[in-house]
Design a protein around this ligand. Structure first.
Ligand code: GRF
Length: 215
């Protein structure tokens, strides 16, 4: 069951996305490009939120004349969630896309948006989000990496493959059901930077695919 079926959304109106970022916002840009290029005709981004003032993602939003909001790290989690709930309602947001957003939400907040928050995670997560190992298409069994610094941890693990997963956000961090996933081969010469760059290149189409799949 997708978001439309769960929420009975009208097929004639555009789906309204809020994209939450903390950094460069290259995935936000991928969504903007897909929308502007006509690839996602029934989608619009109605709000971009960043918890870093100097996030390039905020600039990208303003360049494309999208409403943008900065919620400082100094705010408590409760304050952030109260403000987000207000703006999500104000902007009639249908789907919340975490594209590099670095703050964890409380179970209560997540519970207010069932199947309506998705996250982009730069590692391979299982279909149901559960378990500690993942079997790649190469038959290699790799550790499931959740939380921070997963690109560097994939390199350190000695695995030959990693990737990216778009998944539904549930109270358990990086453990919600998978929506879209793609593998990326790890080269012997990779540094965290080169590997993350290749992962991001894959993510740019994965996030568009995930949004398309939902609506
Ligand atoms: C992506 O690699 C995403 O998987 C992770 O944070 C990164 C955000 O990159 N959660 P960008 O800000 O979209 O360039």
């Amino acid at each position: 069951m997708n978001v439309e079926q769960v929420h009975g959304l009208d097929a004639t109106v555009k789906r309204r996305l809020a994209v939450l970022v903390s950094g460069s916002g290259s995935n936000l840009q991928a969504l903007i490009d897909a929308i502007e290029g006509g690839e996602l005709p029934n989608i619009e981004i109605v709000l971009v939120v960043s918890n870093k003032a100097n996030a390039q993602g905020l600039q990208r939003a303003l360049t494309h004349k999208l409403p943008a909001l900065y919620l400082p790290w100094s705010l408590t989690r409760q304050e952030v969630e109260a403000k987000l709930a207000t703006v999500f309602s104000l902007f009639a947001v249908d789907l919340i896309v975490l594209a590099g957003w670095m703050r964890i939400f409380t179970p209560d907040f997540i519970g207010q948006y069932p199947n309506r928050i998705i996250n982009l995670h730069p590692a391979l997560l299982p279909d149901d989000g559960q378990g500690d190992t993942f079997t790649a298409s190469t038959s290699e069994v790799v550790p499931v990496l959740r939380g921070l610094h997963v690109v560097g941890r994939a390199l350190e693990s000695g695995a030959k493959v990693t990737g990216s997963t778009v998944h539904y956000v549930t109270p358990e961090v990086d453990a919600g059901p998978m929506l879209c996933r793609a593998e990326v081969a790890i080269e012997n010469s990779d540094t965290e930077e080169t590997l993350h760059e290749r992962i991001k290149a894959v993510e740019h189409r994965l996030i568009v695919e995930a949004v398309r799949k939902l609506f």
